[in-house]
Every structure is written in structure tokens, then in C-alpha cells.
Design a protein around this ligand. Structure first.
Ligand code: GLN
Length: 282
């Protein structure tokens, strides 16, 4: 039987949650306890400092403790709150899509830095839609579509478009299979983990992100080969490609682009100084 301690306030709830998460080896125990408290009590960040004595209702308390124990079992925070912030926008997430990662913001920023006003954009393996929807939001007069092999992922992407008030097309397609026409920019964060490395990933990723969104085949490069070899047929003159990569895949992906006839292939590092994006143009 579960024992529920009554009359928790913001501060005691935070402390209890944080201690339980830390004891279970959750790296960001403080942040996660705070995020769950905010989520359950619909309070602002820092509520434990500004209103430490505020009491949780019985419902809030049991929901909060339930979420803490789920998080302690390594269910991702975002699957509990149902949302992840990316490029300052809120994206709904579920187990059907990869949780948007801050690393991927580097790709979006790189497209924007290169100037994409008026561009037509094709985003392959769109998942939650975070790349295409943030580009369409921030790049003036841009238009574009996202594709995914998973209809369930596309449902999440379409909901995210609606939630953020953005007009985007989403089509089910195994990479270019159902794509027509040509685009100015192609983006993708394809599955890139080596099949043999999946078992060693953190449980949040290994057990809760869709395997379909992670598994890049034996050498992790299967999707890059397919995307890079077909992309020239779907790019307008001077069209550009931006691919998220694993930290040790930069040189190989860059070489693939050059071998396919792409020019000025470049590896872009993320804020941790690790290779994160390969870009090139035709
Ligand atoms: N970056 C993800 C991770 O850390 C992998 C994303 C992908 O395969 N595209 O697990």
C-alpha cells in the first residue's frame, strides 16, 4: 500500500521529490522535481522560493508523488509533462516521437544564419515537427513540409503545427518516397545511433524514445547514405542540405556529401564543442 504524507507545501514537496529522484540516480533531480511541481500545481518556476508555504491539494499531492515515482523509474520528464520547449516554442511529445533535443536547435539556427527568407523547406524524419515548425515560425515567407515514415509521429507533428498556429504540410513518406518537386533547403535529424549502441543508451532514451527514430543501422549511417544520394534530385539550384549527426559521424557524412557532388561541405559544432550538423550545397 502506498503511504501518502498529507499537507505538503511547495517547499517540502520539492525537497521530497528531489531526494527521491536523486536516490534513483536521476541526473537533474532538482530541475525535474521543480518542473513536475510546476506542472502539477500550474505554478511558475521558483514557486518554492516565492510561496514555499503554499499547500498542495490532496489531488495535486498524489499526482505529484505519482509523477515523481514514474520519473524515478526513468520515464522521461517530457513524457510526464507531455511537452518540451524547443526554439522557444512548446511542442507536445509522446512515446511516438523523439523528444526534441536542445542540440537540434543548432541545426535550426544554422539554417537561419545562412539566410532562408522565402525558402521552401523539406524536413525528412520530422518526428514532433520541431525543425520544420520552428523554421516556418522564424523564417519570413518560408514554406515547407515535413515527412515521416510513422503516421503516429505525423499526428503529433500536425497537433504541434496547430498548437503553434503554423501552416505546414505533413506527409507520410519513407524519406523521399512520396515527395514531389524541388526545395531550397532540406533538413533532417534522421535516426543515427549504431544498432549495437542502442542497448547502452540511457534508459530514458533506450526504453522510451521510439527505436524507429534512433536506429541508424549497423554503422549508424544508413539514412545519411540514402538521403545524400537522393537529395540532389529534390533540390533547386544552389539548394542546401542540413543534417544532424552523431558526435563521431561528421567526417564520414561530410565525405559522403562531397562524393555526391555537394560543395563546401562543413561540420558545425554544438555549444558543447561537439560536431552536430553537416551542411553543404549543390
Ligand atoms: N541525439 C539522439 C540521442 O542522443 C539521437 C537522435 C537520432 O538518432 N537522431 O539519443
Amino acid at each position: 500500500m502506498k503511504t501518502i504524507t498529507r499537507s505538503m507545501n511547495y517547499l517540502s514537496a520539492f525537497k521530497k521529490g528531489k531526494d527521491e529522484l536523486a536516490a534513483s540516480g536521476i541526473a537533474d533531480a532538482d530541475t525535474d522535481a521543480e518542473m513536475l511541481l510546476m506542472h502539477v500545481c500550474r505554478t511558475e518556476r521558483g514557486g518554492r522560493f516565492s510561496h514555499p508555504e503554499n499547500e498542495l491539494t490532496d489531488d495535486e499531492e498524489s499526482l505529484y508523488l505519482d509523477m515523481i515515482s514514474k520519473r524515478a523509474s526513468h520515464i522521461p520528464l517530457q513524457h510526464l509533462t507531455g511537452t518540451q520547449c524547443f526554439m522557444g516554442m512548446d511542442f507536445g511529445v509522446s512515446g511516438k516521437v523523439l523528444v526534441p533535443r536542445p542540440d537540434t536547435e543548432i541545426l535550426v539556427e544554422e539554417v537561419m544564419k545562412d539566410g532562408a527568407v522565402g525558402a521552401s523547406i523539406l524536413d525528412l524524419c520530422t518526428g514532433s515537427g520541431c525543425i520544420i515548425l520552428s523554421l516556418l515560425k522564424y523564417v519570413n515567407e518560408s514554406s515547407g513540409i515535413g515527412t515521416d515514415i510513422s503516421e503516429e509521429a505525423l499526428d503529433v507533428a500536425r497537433e504541434n503545427a496547430e498548437k503553434n498556429g503554423i501552416c505546414a504540410g505533413f506527409i507520410r513518406s519513407d524519406l523521399f518516397e512520396n515527395v514531389d518537386g524541388k526545395y531550397d533547403v532540406i533538413t533532417s535529424n534522421p535516426p543515427y545511433i549504431r544498432s549495437g549502441d542502442i542497448a547502452g543508451l540511457m534508459p530514458e532514451v533506450r526504453d522510451h524514445d521510439p527505436k524507429l527514430a534512433l536506429d541508424g543501422g549497423e554503422d549508424g549511417l544508413v539514412f545519411y547514405r540514402r538521403i545524400i544520394s537522393e537529395a540532389p534530385d529534390y533540390l533547386n539550384p544552389a539548394g542546401r542540405i542540413y543534417l544532424e549527426i552523431g558526435f563521431d559521424q561528421g567526417e564520414q557524412v561530410k565525405e559522403m556529401c562531397l562524393a555526391q557532388g555537394f560543395k563546401d561541405a562543413e561540420i558545425i559544432n554544438d555549444y558543447s564543442g561537439l560536431p552536430r550538423v553537416v551542411k553543404a550545397h549543390i
